[in-house]
Every structure is written in structure tokens, then in C-alpha cells.
Design a protein around this ligand. Structure first.
Ligand code: ADP
Ligand code: ZN
Ligand code: ZN
Length: 718
């Protein structure tokens, strides 16, 4: 038989599918001869005869079959829908261990005592060996890695050489966070929950669960998963990366035990491989994770859930670019199961689909146990300045923060900017330091006394005087998380402040540690960026402060109002969850903006009505499709030529297809030393699909050596 094999050449830019001779089913992982090398390949299709004239090389070996029939279909779907290369899709589906390690295996080495080892054996002065022997006798076995870690290689080898210990292989799966277990809370469903469940379980389909924060959506998800399992099916539950907290994991583990496998970016390659394998083997039946979990190797899927469906992390905006929700929809249709999107603030585009009946709308407008959504007080910062307050905290927030700390309760302070101040500027000559590689202003980080670029991470020394004119008069721009923390510590000595942002969570696990400290009360004020906005259910947070709520409002992006509304609602929802009433103080320079007026009343529908009307009038998505062709490269001239050619070709298309078409430098015109140009357009919906196909073709034919990306409704136009 002829096999179409995708050869995995990691450094290759081409999408290589070659014909080979052999016997293997579609989805198999095989070893093939390639040039003078042996490479790993994946069988994408099987056919009777090759078009290739000449003798086909035979494959060397069939290793296993990691790709199911469903996933093969998904590969073709994604290639067609998102214009991706096969290899980029396969990389999403397969743990890297299976791509690089021909012998990837689940076996781990263990150490156990031999028959000749007993408590009476004397090790004299070999203290470490004695300790290891004792632990082997009492535990029965130890993983080799652990034994080496705790007792050292020489102790381990010593015991083996003396014949007191033997190595053996055992299948052991590393289960991440396996110690995170909570009590399984058994609750009686509220009437609202009952009704929601009834609607969703009536028939297989697409559902939008619109429920306010604290309305008990998680319980609904769990019931749906239970139901799938009891029908001998499997389940996928996606949450935004950032809300994949110990709490979520604990709750899921408490109810479903080792049936749960967790997939997220914090796992090591080994852990990921193990979780993937447990799902593939059927040992675990529920995949919980961030967007990549949508590719969980499960068959017979009975339910797919996407929590916080509006979250931008579901859209991959770097290569390979795709929308997780469309992939979930594909899988739900393939498996003939329901897809449930849940949110307190649905994506305006999703809500429109529900409005049109394409998703069935299920509503939970009330919080569990009648606790109220916390009242939001809007404070005008312009008024504060008029009243002589030039600080970053309004009088109201300072007072509230003080009394919260005094009452031994907790507060969360949200500010969407990390670092100490967003930029520094010379007051005398106006000089603002920018990154040499990225053309963006640098952020001052006080803890390390450095200026950092938030696009490439490069750090620069903090100048003591202006590098341009030598002035000492340096002004700080907008406040960031570090400064907020410092200010609180200065004005409220009893506050134990902890900070959570990209800087403090860079190390693996640190994100969990911070939340854990806050949860246990080792800190009583949590200052953070939007990381703190999502899904953390702390029972004793009674105050939420939102500084600089306008921050995202004036972005040059059609989603800025929506984003701001979502953010404010999400952050506010963190206050007052259990028995204690909470309150929210929102600081802004535009107190009358409709976003805040609707947010104050948690009026999603009111906001939606206004927003969708604005989009209709201004012809922004979902009433058009924004397409950006981004061209980047180190060679400015070349990138410019490329973007020009592409632009001129696109311009030949019927004018009537476009609402807008233009070519320019990207707003941030250099990132990591790569120049960025773009063709930006807005397409009419009726012609969008066909036009996008043509644009892809134009880009493919004209890109040459420049990196070009076609983005649809991009999350950011930087
Ligand atoms: P959401 O995900 O909608 O924000 P959660 O699922 O976090 O809301 O629910 C909020 C709280 O209510 C949780 O502590 C949860 O355990 C609790 N809860 C959910 N359903 C019930 C119920 N039927 N009875 C009592 N408590 C419930
Ligand atoms: Zn200067
Ligand atoms: Zn940079």
C-alpha cells in the first residue's frame, strides 16, 4: 500500500508529505528513511497507488498510532479553516516526546530492596546508604530519580553494587498537582441550576450558558460531566490558562479523582506526555485544561465545556493561529455531543449567535444563596484632583482599604499595568527611553532598578540622568503594580500586600503559591493585573479596587468597550462571595462612559444592546471581518517590498468587497528587531470567506522570504 507520510522535520519550513510503501493505518507514527537519516513521520492517508514514478521507499517501522480518525479529520479541517500547515497542527495534537523521542515510553526506573537487605545489615560509616536502605525497607520502593535526589548517586550505586537493592521498571504516570484535593461538596441544585441542566440535557446541541459570577456554573459543568461518564463517554472542560488555579483542580479532583487529566502550559514535557497518555489509554476520561486541552486525545466525547468563553486566551494569536471555540464545535459535531460555552459576560459575537438562535441561550441571572453582586461605586478621579488629591488612590478607596484591613478581611486591587511606572520621561527635553529592538517605551521596574521591555523582555540600566540632555529631572509615567504595592504598604502598615503579575509569576508554580498565600491569609491585599480578575473564588474578599479603569477603554480597537466591560464585571465579581457582603470601588476619569454605567448595574444585556448597535453602525465585527496581513522581517526593504506587492494584488480585488483597505507600518513598528508592516482591511461578511481564501493565496504567492501572517479579527493590532 502507499502511505502519505508527514515527515517531521522540525527545522523545515515546508510542509512535507511524501509517499512511502508499507502497511500502516491512518494516524500511525512511523519511522521512515529520509535522505541519510531516519525520521519520525505520521501517516495522514493511505492509497492504492502513488502518482510518483519510480520505486517508493518502504517505511522502516510502525511505532504506534497516536492520531485517531477524528484527529485526522481535524487536521484537514484546521488546515482548510485556518490555513495552517499539517506539521503545525500535528504539533498541537501530539506531545513533544512523541515527536522527538523515538523510544518515548511510560516506563520509569524504580529501586527496591533485594532479599538480602534487612534491618540488621550494618553499613558502618556509609550513613547515606544506611538511610536509603532504611527508607527502602519501610517504603518498599522509591523512584530512582527520587532516591538519587535525596541520597545521592553514590549511595544508590553503592547499595546496588552490594546487592542490597535492585532497579526495576514500572509504569508510573506523573500526575500533576495530585496532592491538590479538596472535599467533594455535595449540593442540592437550586431551581435555576435545575432548569439550566434540563434545557442543556434535552438534546445535543450548542449552548451558551450566561450566568453571573457566583451563579453556580461550575456545578452545572460537573453535573454534565458526570452525566457523560455515566453514559460511558468522556469529557473536555476548558478554562482560561490563568484561572486554572489549584481551586479548580481541587474541585475537579475531589469529584472525579484520577479520571481527571490536566493539560496546561505549566507542565513539563514529561508531565504533559503522561497526562496525554492517560487520556489516550482511557485511564483518564476528563481532560481539564487551557486551550490546548481541546486537542485531548479522547474518543467518544460526551460533553465539551468552555468556561469564560469570552476570554481572549481561546484565540491563539501567534502561529499557529486558531479559534479554540471552532475546534470545540468541530469535535462536538463529530462526536454528536453538546458544546456548552459559559460566561458572565459573553463575547458580543457569541451572544449575537445566541440571539439568532444558533446557540441556545441558557440564563442564570442570580447568585447562589441569594447573595448579591457587590455594589460598584464609581469615583471620578478628576474630582479627586480638584479636591487636592493627586495620589493614585481616591479618598474613598483609601478609607475602604484601611477599614477592610482593620476588620481582618481581604482586598484585591486591580491595575492593568505591571512594573513600577509605565515609562519614564525627561521633564526638560521630553526624552523617553525605548527598547532598541522593539520601538516601544520601557517600563521602570523598581525592585531590580531596571528598565524593561515588555515585548522582548530585555532589561536596561535605569539612567540616573537623562541620556540625551543630562537633566536629573526625570518624571514617571502611569503607575504600575509595584508602585501600587509600595503605596499601600506606606499608608497602611498593617497591610500584608502580595503582587501578582507577569513578573511575579514567571517561575513555574509561583502563580499557585501567590494565590495560596492570599487564600491562607498570609497576605490580605492582593495587587495584580488582569491575572487576578478571573475565576478565583476567595470567600473573604470584601473589597475590590479598580484603579485606572479607563486604561483599556481608549485602545484603538473595536473591542475596547467590550473588554473593559468584561474586565470590570469579572474583577468586581471577586468581591463578597460567601456570607460577607462585598463592595467595589472603581476609579476612572470618564465616570459617565456607558461602559461603566452598564457595568455598575451588571447589566450585560443593556451593554450588549448598545454595543451591537454601535458595531452595526460603524460596521465592525460581527458586521464585517477584519483581516490583517502582517509582514515582518529583519530586512526593512524586503519586508516593505513584500507588503507592497501583497497590497497591490489585494487592491485588484473588487472594491465592493471591502469596507476599508489600507497598507502601513504596524503601530509598533519593530519587535525583537523585526520590522513590521501590515495590510489592514475590513471585509463585508457576505464575501468574507471567498475573499479570505484569495488573500491567503496572494500572500502565499508573494511572501518570498518575509514572514507573513493572515489574521482574522485579531486580538491586538500592535
Ligand atoms: P460561577 O462559576 O458561576 O461563578 P461557582 O460555580 O463558583 O459560580 O459557584 C459559586 C459558589 O456556590 C461555589 O462556592 C459553589 O460551591 C457554590 N454552589 C454552587 N451550586 C450550589 C448549590 N446548588 N448549593 C449551594 N452552593 C452551591
Ligand atoms: Zn533630557
Ligand atoms: Zn524589546
Amino acid at each position: 500500500m502507499t502511505l502519505e507520510v508527514l515527515v517531521d522535520i522540525s527545522t523545515d519550513d515546508l510542509d512535507r508529505v511524501f509517499d512511502y510503501e508499507g502497511e500502516a493505518s491512518v494516524g500511525s507514527r512511523v519511522l521512515v528513511p529520509f535522505g541519510n537519516k531516519t525520521l519520525i513521520g505520521f501517516v495522514l492517508a493511505v492509497k492504492e497507488k502513488s502518482d510518483f514514478n519510480g520505486r517508493l521507499k518502504p517505511i522502516i517501522k510502525v511505532l504506534d498510532q497516536p492520531i485517531s480518525a477524528e484527529m485526522i479529520k481535524l487536521i484537514f479541517y484546521m488546515k482548510d479553516k485556518f490555513f495552517l500547515r499539517y506539521i503545525d497542527v500535528v504539533r498541537l495534537l501530539i506531545p513533544s516526546a512523541l515527536r522527538f523521542d523515538k523510544s518515548a515510553s511510560l516506563k520509569r526506573l524504580f529501586l527496591k530492596p533485594s532479599d538480602s537487605l534487612s534491618a540488621s545489615v550494618s553499613f558502618k560509616r556509609a550513613v547515606k546508604q544506611a538511610a536509603l536502605a532504611e527508607s527502602l525497607l519501610s517504603l518498599g520502593e522509591l523512584s530512582l530519580t527520587k532516591a538519587v535526589e535525596e541520597y545521592g548517586t553514590s549511595a544508590v550505586n553503592g547499595l546496588i553494587e552490594k546487592g542490597y537493592a535492585v532497579k526495576f521498571e514500572k509504569e508510573l504516570l506523573r500526575i500533576p498537582f495530585k496532592d491538590e484535593v479538596a472535599e467533594n461538596k455535595i449540593v442540592k441544585l437550586t431551581d435555576e441550576q435545575k432548569k439550566a441542566l434540563e434545557i442543556i440535557t434535552e438534546s445535543e446541541g450548542l449552548y451558551l450558558l450566561h450566568g453571573v459570577t457566583g451563579s453556580g456554573k461550575t456545578e452545572i459543568y460537573q453535573r454534565l460531566i458526570e452525566r457523560a461518564l455515566s453514559n460511558n463517554k468522556t469529557a473536555i472542560m476548558l478554562v482560561p490558562e490563568i484561572s486554572l488555579t489549584p481551586q479548580v483542580l481541587k474541585i475537579m479532583r475531589a469529584r472525579f479523582g484520577s479520571d481527571v487529566a490536566i493539560l496546561h502550559s505549566g507542565l513539563s514535557d514529561g508531565e504533559r506526555f503522561d497526562e496525554w497518555t492517560r487520556l489516550k489509554n482511557g485511564e483518564a476520561k476528563i481532560a481539564v485544561g487551557a486551550r490546548s486541552a481541546v486537542f485531548a486525545p479522547l474518543s467518544n466525547v460526551g460533553i465539551i465545556i468552555i468556561d469564560e468563553e469570552h476570554d481572549s486566551s481561546y484565540i491563539s494569536d501567534s502561529n499557529p493561529r486558531f479559534d479554540t471555540r471552532l475546534i470545540a464545535k468541530f469535535r462536538a459535531e463529530y462526536n454528536n455531543c453538546s458544546l456548552v460555552l459559559g460566561s458572565a459576560t459573553p463575547d458580543v459575537e457569541t451572544y449575537k449567535l445566541a440571539d439568532e438562535g444558533k446557540y441556545k441561550l441558557v440564563e442564570m441571572p442570580n447568585r447562589i444563596s441569594g447573595s448579591h453582586l457587590p455594589p460598584i461605586e464609581i469615583v471620578s478621579m478628576a474630582n479627586e484632583i480638584r479636591n487636592g488629591n493627586n495620589g493614585i488612590f481616591s479618598y474613598a478607596l483609601t478609607d475602604a482599604l484601611k477599614s477592610t484591613v482593620e476588620r481582618n478581611e481581604k482586598a484585591m486591587i486591580f491595575i492593568n499595568r505591571r512594573g513600577f511606572s509605565s515609562f519614564i520621561m525627561c521633564r526638560d527635553c521630553g526624552y523617553i527611553p525605548v527598547c532598541e529592538e522593539c520601538d516601544v517605551s520601557l517600563t521602570y521596574h523598581k525592585d531590580v532598578e531596571k528598565l524593561k521591555c515588555h515585548y522582548c523582555g530585555r532589561a536596561y540600566a535605569m539612567p540616573s540622568r537623562c541620556p540625551k540632555c543630562g537633566s536629573l529631572n526625570i518624571k514617571h509615567g502611569r503607575t504600575g503594580t509595584q508602585k501600587v504595592k509600595e503605596e499601600i504598604e506606606k499608608s497602611i502598615p498593617d497591610a500584608k500586600v502580595i503582587r501578582m503579575d507577569n513578573d511575579t509569576t514567571a517561575r513555574k508554580g509561583s502563580h499557585f503559591e501567590i494565590l495560596d498565600k492570599f487564600s491562607k491569609g498570609e497576605a490580605n491585599v492582593l495587587v495584580g493585573t488582569q491575572m487576578i480578575a478571573k475565576g478565583h473564588d476567595f470567600s473573604d474578599v470584601t473589597l475590590v479596587g479598580i484603579l485606572d479603569a479607563d486604561f483599556s477603554l481608549y485602545f484603538d480597537d473595536y473591542r475596547s468597550s467590550e473588554r473593559t466591560f468584561q474586565l470590570v464585571t469579572q474583577v468586581a465579581g471577586r468581591a463578597g462571595r460567601a456570607d460577607k457582603e462585598g463592595k467595589v470601588i472603581l476609579q476612572t476619569f470618564s465616570p459617565n462612559n456607558y461602559v461603566f454605567r452598564f457595568a455598575k448595574n451588571y447589566d450585560y444585556k443593556g451593554f450588549y444592546a448598545k454595543e451591537i448597535n454601535t458595531r452595526l453602525v460603524t460596521k465592525f465585527p460581527p458586521f464585517s471581518v477584519i483581516v490583517r496581513v502582517l509582514c515582518t522581517g529583519e530586512d526593512d526593504k524586503l519586508a516593505f517590498e513584500t507588503v507592497k506587492n501583497i497590497y497591490l494584488k489585494i487592491k485588484e480585488l473588487p472594491k465592493d468587497n471591502f469596507i476599508y483597505l489600507g497598507a502601513m507600518r504596524s503601530p509598533i513598528n519593530k519587535i525583537k528587531n523585526k520590522i513590521r508592516y501590515q495590510v489592514l482591511m475590513r471585509l463585508k461578511c457576505e464575501v468574507a470567506d471567498e475573499t479570505i481564501k484569495i488573500i491567503h493565496k496572494i500572500v502565499y504567492e508573494n511572501k518570498g522570504k518575509t514572514n507573513c501572517f493572515v489574521e482574522l479579527n485579531p486580538q491586538s493590532l500592535n
